[in-house]
Every structure is written in C-alpha cells, then in structure tokens.
Design a protein around this ligand. Structure first.
Ligand SMILES: [Zn+2]
Length: 340
C-alpha cells in the first residue's frame, strides 16, 4: 500500500447546510457524510470556519489525518467565475466579488476547485453512475430556481470559457400568463424557463389559479396559510389526484420538457437527468410523462429515438439518483480527478 495515500474532499455549501464527503484515490467514499450548518449569511469567514470544522470531522470519520487531504472540490449556491461569485446570491454581502477559491485555498493549505451547485450536482449524478455513461449528462434540476449542468464523457463538467455556461433557468420560453404577459424572473428578465419551472413559479401559478372562481371551494382557499405553505402542500394534493394541483404540475412539466428540447437540440447530451425535489415525489412517473409531452412538442422525433431503430433511444431520460449528497460526491470525485 502507498505510504502516503491521498484523499480528496467534496464540500457542498447550501443555503443552510454544508455537506462534506471524502474519497480515496480510487474514488471510494471513506467514512460518513458530514453535515454542519453553513452559516452563509454570517459572512464567508464564518462559513470558512465551518468548512474547517467539516474537514476535521471528515478526517476523524475516515480515520485519516487532515494533512492527507490533497485536494478539495467546493461548490457554492451562486453563479461564479474563476473562483469569484459574481451574481445575485442568497449569501452574506461579503461573498460577492471576493476570491473565495483563493482565500479558502490559502487558509487551509490545500488546492481548491470551485464551481456552482448546478455543476456540482451534475458531476454527482455522473459520479454515482460509476462512470458507466459514455454519453454527456445534462442535469436539469427544478428547485427554488431552475439549475443544471453538463458533464462531458470522461467526467469533466462543461463550464464554458468563463464559468458562465449552462445557466439553463434563464433560457427563454414562449409561454404567457392568462393576461398575455410573460412572467418576470428573479433575474430581472421576462419569460425565463425558471419563471415557469421552479418553486417560485409554483407559488405564482398557485396564487393566480386560487383567485379564479373555479377553485373557490378548493381546500387551499379555505385557509389563511401563506402562499409558500400552500405551494409546499401542493405535492401532497397532486399525489392524491387533486385536479388543481395536477393542472399546475402538468403545465410545469410540459414547459420543462419544452425547454429541455431546445437544450438537447443545442447539446445532444444523450442522457438527461431530472433532479430537484421532484425526483422524490410519488407522482414522478406522471410528471415524466408531462415532460415527455413538452419535449415531443418541440423536439424532432430523432432526438428521442434512432431513425434506424425505433427502440433505440437517442436521448435517454432518467431521474436523479444521487440524493442529498450528490453535489458533495461530485465535488470529491472532481477534486480527485484534478489533484491526484
Ligand atoms: Zn431569469
């Protein structure tokens, strides 16, 4: 056995939780997943304290010394370029414009690779598929927003020249509300896919629908609960076959499929993975059918099945399987590839 075995850590900074894993040189996870609070609102130095805390716990759980960790993969819940967060972020103010990668690397004395959470989750989905895929992997993950990432065959994430690629939530879709207007997106633009396919979109759509006389007797109109809580309950209603909930998720799935069609036409990834919380819902088979309806509406048949063999998929659709730890795992695998 190598006298100085190397290990690689994946650190996934979320809005509230920081998840961390460590893998060995064979990409095998060593020890348990570590979770600590991310404290991102308290400034990046506070989160760095938590990152160090997580590294200590990782080393202890894996039975290694922290100095055995030869590389770190770090992902942040914000758009970043070259280790610097540049865009609107649900973080403390001092994160934006700071050389996060450089400062963290200097502080812990370990080289750091940094990317956004969508790219990290895509890498995680690639990693947990055990490198079996010879195709590119496009992750599309509806959550609070609509994130995603593209991993090329061989396991490298495609970030573009400046880390600005795959901002898929903000591609334009030609759908309009009942009043003929395109909904405003959190980014300041109108008509973004994210303004139809996200938790924020769900709240808006639910508010609009509940105001209609048709749904006056709906149980969600008999409570004073805030719209966020009503939207949260919508999945349970859909699970029970509720007509309003189904109609909202059906529209969301259709528009998601429609947007994916243009992504597939541009990227031809071969494998599309649908992530986000929907992967865990009981009505996900039905949701996938709505995605496929939207996809078929916009993509030529050749993007679904081979023209020579109608049973051979040209684009395969799968649900995410990496779970909560996918991003951290993807970051650890990438650190291992980069810093081995
Ligand atoms: Zn947008």
């Amino acid at each position: 056995m190598n006298k100085n075995p190397k290990f690689f850590a994946g650190l996934d900074i979320g809005g509230s939780t920081l998840k961390a894993v460590v893998v060995d040189a064979c990409a095998k996870q060593i020890g348990p997943l570590v979770e600590v609070r991310s404290l991102v609102k308290d400034g990046y130095q506070t989160t760095f304290d938590q990152l160090e805390n997580a590294l200590d716990q990782l080393a202890a759980g894996a039975g290694i010394s922290r100095s055995d960790i030869a590389g770190v993969g770090l992902d942040v819940p914000a758009p970043s370029s070259d280790g610097v967060i540049w865009g609107r972020a649900n973080l403390g103010d001092d994160w934006v414009g700071t050389d996060i990668r450089g400062q963290l690397s200097a502080r812990i004395g370990i080289p750091v690779f940094m990317t956004n959470d969508g790219n990290a989750a895509a890498l995680g989905e690639y990693a947990v598929r055990e490198y079996h895929t010879a195709r590119s992997l496009l992750l599309v993950a509806p959550g609070t927003g609509l994130g995603g990432g593209l991993v090329l065959p061989g396991g490298r994430v495609y970030e573009g020249a400046n880390g600005l690629a795959l901002e898929i939530g903000h591609i334009s879709v030609p759908f309009r509300e009942d009043d003929g207007e395109q909904p405003a997106c959190s980014c300041g633009l109108k008509g973004c896919a994210e303004s139809w396919v996200s938790l924020m979109a769900l709240r808006r759509r639910l508010g609009i629908e509940l105001a209609k006389p048709r749904w006056a007797a709906h149980p969600l109109n008999q409570t004073d609960a805030p719209i966020a809580e009503k939207a949260f309950r919508l999945r349970d209603f859909a699970t029970d076959g509720d007509e309003l909930a189904i109609s909202i998720f059906k529209q969301q799935g259709f528009i998601l499929g429609y947007a994916i069609a243009d992504m597939v036409r541009t990227l031809d990834p071969g494998l599309v993975v649908i992530g986000g919380g929907l992967a865990e819902t009981t009505f996900r088979d039905q949701y996938m059918e709505w995605i496929m309806e939207g996809f078929a509406d916009r993509a030529w048949p050749v993007y679904r099945y081979s023209p020579l063999d109608s049973t051979k998929e040209t684009t395969r659709f799968e649900w995410a399987i990496g779970g909560d730890a996918a991003a951290a795992i993807g970051m650890a695998y990438t650190a291992r590839d980069l810093f081995q």
